[in-house]
Design a protein around this ligand. Structure first.
Ligand code: PEP
Ligand code: MN
Length: 365
């Protein structure tokens, strides 16, 4: 992967010829387990060995981590394998203990990023550190919360900053544990182009057999690296058993990822790309114009409903449109998920336009 377009201090300084790789178990379970996995990862392209020692669990009663004992095991990992170490911190005490134990990379978990109080407490405790600090996206798809957490870290003079995209929770049932919402990560990258962007396919997918495909998509979108949960015996892991992969699988994944170049010097490539982009621009303009026309028609429907005092939302009509469009979309290779999302957005905008018509009447009445 090519990073040259960006000024990425700490990551550039590492002079890697591959994406940054943070790997290791979801949780530190026993000293033997931690060291076993670390030895399996020694000598590979893994840069940081991760293990959670304080585990934020959604429901109480699950394994909540081994605590400070795990930090001692991480120190042993560094001593025996030379791997740098990484763990999650979620309050001031965690930060102090992690720094005391010379952990090299600290990340802020998705459940912490949602809370500005916690984020500020962590930022204050980390103030001026030269450790790498990575901010995971908040659990919910709220870009402002993510940006706010990054700003709090930057204000605390944390120089080696980066972000982790781990997907977002949703009440809808999808094939992901946390839906990627790639556009949010891309938006963040646009706002902070110098901030290394790491993908966490383990928490996005929740399933080990989907980890490779999500990683490839992240590389295609110019991500800078990965955090991938890795365990020598995933089925029997004490947390996140379904999503962890073995060290052997991780090595294969790293070998099989297709690195993309940012650009190619070939003139014929540039010419072809320009032609195709021009076509895309034309189609995008048509799309917007067509949507505008559709809303105009919706407004006219709004007028006739208003004049006859008929409710705006007609559920049966909406379901029938949706069914037909999903079938039509499928016949030309569009996924059901995409068609559903797109039509939900179109429908919402359409209702909004119809409401405007009704409200105008109320104001003028
Ligand atoms: C983890 O990395 O193990 C973890 C708890 O992640 P997240 O904060 O993304 O849920
Ligand atoms: Mn986990």
């Amino acid at each position: 992967m090519e990073n040259s377009k960006k000024m990425r201090t700490w990551l550039n300084d590492m002079e890697l010829d591959h994406p940054l790789m943070i790997a290791g178990p979801c949780s530190a379970e026993t000293e033997k387990q931690v060291l076993r996995i670390a030895h399996d990862l020694k000598g590979t392209d893994v840069n940081y060995f991760r293990a959670g020692v304080w585990k934020p669990r959604t429901r109480p009663g699950n394994f909540e981590g081994v605590g400070v004992l795990g930090l001692k095991w991480l120190q042993q990992v560094k001593k025996e394998t030379g791997l740098k170490t990484a763990t999650e911190v979620a309050n001031r005490t965690h930060v102090e203990l992690a720094l005391e134990h010379d952990i090299d990379l600290l990340w802020i978990g998705a459940r912490s990023t949602v809370s500005p109080f916690i984020v500020q407490e962590i930022a204050d405790a980390l103030s001026g550190t030269d450790k790498v600090v990575l901010v995971k996206n908040p659990v919910n798809p709220d870009l402002a919360l993510w940006l706010g957490a990054i700003e709090r870290m930057a204000t605390a003079n944390i120089a080696k900053l980066g972000v982790i995209h781990r997907g977002f929770s949703t009440y809808e049932k999808t094939k992901y544990r946390n839906i990627p919402e790639w556009q949010l990560a891309i938006e963040l990258q646009t706002r902070f182009p110098d901030l290394p962007l790491i993908n966490d396919p383990s928490h996005i997918t929740g399933k080990r057999d989907m980890v490779f495909d999500v990683s490839q998509t992240a590389l295609d979108l110019n991500f800078d690296g990965f955090m991938i949960e890795t365990h020598h015996d995933p089925e029997n892991a004490w947390s996140d058993a379904a999503q962890q992969i073995t060290p052997e699988e991780l090595i294969r994944l790293m070998e099989n990822l297709r690195m993309r170049k940012m650009t190619s010097g070939e003139p014929s490539y540039n010419k072809k790309l320009e032609q195709l982009r021009a076509q895309v621009d034309i189609i995008d303009n048509q799309l917007i114009d067509t949507l505008g026309k559709r809303m105009k028609v919706s407004q006219r429907i709004g007028c006739i409903k208003r004049d006859r005092n008929v409710a705006i939302l007609q559920t049966s009509r909406w379901n029938s449109i949706l069914g037909k469009m999903i079938l039509r979309g499928e016949s030309i290779g569009l996924s059901e998920e995409f068609v559903l999302r797109m039509f939900k957005a179109v429908h919402q905008e359409s209702i909004h336009h119809q409401e405007q018509v009704v409200n105008e009447q109320l104001v003028s009445a």
